[in-house]
Ligand binder design. Structure first.
Ligand SMILES: Cc1cc2nc3c(=O)[nH]c(=O)nc-3n(C[C@H](O)[C@H](O)[C@H](O)COP(=O)(O)OP(=O)(O)OC[C@H]3O[C@@H](n4cnc5c(N)ncnc54)[C@H](O)[C@@H]3O)c2cc1C
Length: 457
């Protein structure tokens, strides 16, 4: 780990990878940076989406401060600001997320104009949600300083900025890391077309594919594996069209998050004439790995099962359909689901990222475990990866993002998966329970059959 850094390979051009590439060249312009992704514009990457929520409303102060820092760039840095829309965000919920954020803002002495309001007040202010399912909503929290970003467009903007700083891009699939036969340090990567690329450091930022790349590298080396440190998981999304006469009032609406026993999801205001909605009850894709000789979660192979398509089982279509119905009801006429997507990310047990040198494999840095909430940190996250590479990360972040850690607390507990895609049957409504969403996740006996070759790796 003590060798100087003159060259670095970054595998994966999602939010973690592309942000790291840009910050690397800005902070250390003498270092040769090679960014590798299997697809130049990968619409299957979690970071490439119709749009994403940008908010500092965290029940956890650490992530609130981090998000406030990122929001500065969203507002003021021309790489990001053209793609940022500060529409506000409404939380109608029973899980106390809004109130916890409200308290944190007070504690940090930050005034974003956030308020807590009754359902009557929320309806007066946002009549667009008149037809929503308000059953059992105990509290509404509104932050006018939150909003959303054009996901694919921002990724392209950062990518262009990285190239302009001198980052070299290679379109290739990394099959495995190259390990020194004696010391087992990471020397670089081998691509599926047989190329070997060497560098002083390798940053693995492949999101939901982290466990697979490490397992493919050396399945017999137990200390190299991800184990329970993160798991590949997805949530179902959809885009929906609506009649032109609804455009004005939909475009004036805030992001709407429903954290209720009957609805776990959100709607993001229209972009390019389409709404995007998520159902946040996540799931794994347990897959037999021939080398490891056991199942780990790996996103399904067919591209259509990680991009917008119709290649999604009925149960999942119904789950996100439930979000559409419960956010807009019949108050907005003519909403039509156009396309579905299983969006795959890596989730850690406390939803904190992993940005750390791999303790068993010298010169390898793992950057990821976005845990369904990291995209908003796109303007800043790479700076911290670079700091970790040069051992400049402050102690708190080093501890929070360590490969080995206690995993105490939770940044976004509701995103933890507790079912597999193969177990998802027809949607019959979520059971009515008290407390957090996590406790309501059902395991269905019936199976969700996906087409295509997806069972083994
Ligand atoms: C349904 C859903 C909704 C979300 N909504 C939000 C939101 O509203 N706001 C927010 O802040 N966050 C949100 N997130 C979280 C956010 O999208 C992710 O945490 C973040 O995008 C992860 O970035 P990444 O760089 O780790 O992974 P990715 O964006 O998935 O990038 C990984 C890259 O690695 C590449 N790759 C993989 N394997 C290889 C290989 N072997 N060789 C070469 N390249 C490879 C892939 O092609 C890909 O481009 C959401 C996540 C999900 C799942």
């Amino acid at each position: 780990m003590s060798t100087p850094i003159q060259s670095v390979i970054i595998v994966g051009a999602g939010a973690f990878g592309v942000s790291t590439a840009l910050h690397f060249r800005k902070l250390h312009p003498y270092v040769q940076v090679t960014l590798i992704d299997r697809i130049r514009e990968n619409r299957g990457a979690a970071s490439s989406d119709h749009n994403k929520i940008i908010r500092a409303d965290y029940p956890d102060e650490f992530y609130m401060k981090l998000a406030l820092e990122a929001q500065e760039s969203w507002r003021n840095n021309p790489i990001y600001s053209p793609y940022y829309h500060e529409t506000g965000m409404l939380f109608a919920e029973e899980i106390g997320m809004g109130r916890a954020a409200f308290k944190n803002f007070k504690h940090l002495n930050v005034d974003q104009g956030a308020t807590i309001m009754s359902t009557v007040e929320a309806l007066e202010r946002f009549p667009i949600f008149k037809g929503a399912n308000w059953e059992d909503v105990t509290e509404n929290y509104f932050n006018p300083s939150s909003g959303w970003g054009e996901a694919h467009e921002t990724m392209e903007s950062v990518f262009r900025a990285a190239l302009a700083e001198g980052v070299q891009f290679l379109e290739a699939t990394v099959d495995k890391l190259i390990l020194d036969p004696t010391t087992r340090a990471c020397l670089g990567v081998r691509t599926s077309d047989g190329k070997e690329i060497f560098a002083d450091r390798t940053v693995l930022a492949v999101g939901a594919y982290t466990a697979k790349v490490l397992a493919d590298t050396d399945p017999r080396w137990a200390e190299l594996q991800v184990d329970g440190r993160m798991v590949a998981a997805a949530a179902i999304q959809c885009t929906a069209t609506y009649p032109p006469e609804e455009d004005e009032r939909l475009s004036q609406a805030p992001v709407h998050f429903l954290g209720m026993w009957h609805t776990h999801g959100e709607s993001i205001p229209p972009f390019k004439g389409k709404l995007k909605l998520n159902c946040e009850v996540s799931f794994t894709s347990m897959t037999y790995h021939d080398g490891l000789k056991k199942e780990i979660s790996i996103p399904p192979k067919p591209e259509s099962q990680s991009t917008f398509s119709h290649d999604v089982c009925e149960g999942l279509k119904q789950e996100v359909g439930n979000v559409v119905k419960n956010v807009y009801g019949d108050h907005v006429k003519g909403i039509n689901i156009e396309s579905y997507r299983m969006c795959w990310d890596a989730v850690s047990p406390n939803q904190s990222f992993i940005i750390d040198y791999h303790p068993a494999c010298d010169n390898l840095v793992i950057a990821g475990a976005g845990s369904f909430h990291s995209w908003k940190f796109l303007p800043t996250i790479g700076k911290y990866v670079v700091q970790r590479l040069f051992n400049e990360l402050d102690d708190e972040k080093k501890r929070m993002w360590a490969w080995d850690r206690e995993n105490e607390g939770a940044a976004c507990e509701m995103y933890i998966p507790s079912r597999d895609v193969k177990t998802i049957g027809p949607f019959q409504g979520w059971p009515r329970t008290e407390g957090t969403q996590k406790s309501v996740l059902p395991y269905s006996e019936s199976t969700c059959q996906l087409d295509g070759d997806r069972d083994t790796y």
